[in-house]
Write a protein that binds this ligand. Sequence first.
Ligand code: ADP
Ligand code: MG
Length: 261
Amino acid sequence: MSETIVKVKEMSVYYGGVNALSDINLEVKKGDFLGIIGPNGGGKSTLLKAVLGLVPLNTGEVRIFGEKPEKARNKTGYVPQYIGLDKSFPVTVNEVVLTGRLKPGIKPFFRYSKSDREAVDEILSKVGIHALSKRRISELSGGEFQKMLIARALVSRPELLLLDEPTASVDARSREQIYSLLSELNKDMTIILVTHDLFAVSTQVKSLACLNTNLVYHGKPELNESIVHNLYGCPVDLIAHGVPHRVLGEHEHGDCGGSIC
Ligand code: ADP
Ligand code: MG
């Protein structure tokens, strides 16, 4: 039986009066590639933040590598959906990715080490953006910007990677490159991916969770009628026709208007 990397037990999260997550139970094993789908406002981003210990829980608990999330930060990489970084700020790709090496409690006059800089070089090459190292972030395309955020998340060499809609506004080629990178990384890294992209659901993930305040489904990534129904209101980027994909559950075309089957 493989090791449990993430365990969420009876977790609820409220923002004031808004119930974002209700009674969530979830277990993610080592080596898994879990996709999380669900309608907008369904609590997907909140679930990732709760797993990272970035939002307070109202009930329940989260353990990563058997520890409280705060203690497992050095083993966890995170690509947020919205980044609190002004894109016109005059920093380079290299400088942003270096911040992924920062550890809590850094002192004044802190300087990055040689190994920090080497780690950045290595990861920029791996993610395929080494040539952009000195480029200002204002001069990046959507796909290049996302790759930079992925590099920043990876530069601390995490064992668990959480990504929140990393392909939402990227071109088709970058999207393919990102998925191919994630497949490669998944050989020795556990991945949790929030996505609206049916291509990722049908070809990338090993297991699937559907979230709409409650966890509606958690299992194999074979969409059946009830899951598709629960995704109503969830924009899907790609129709699965013609690409290698897992077959959606048997159902009448009328049930989905023939659009995603
Ligand atoms: P998703 O990522 O699935 O779109 P979110 O986790 O962002 O969903 O949001 C879940 C719910 O919580 C929504 O109703 C959203 O409006 C609310 N919410 C999210 N973040 C905050 C916040 N910082 N303050 C108040 N409400 C929030
Ligand atoms: Mg979100």
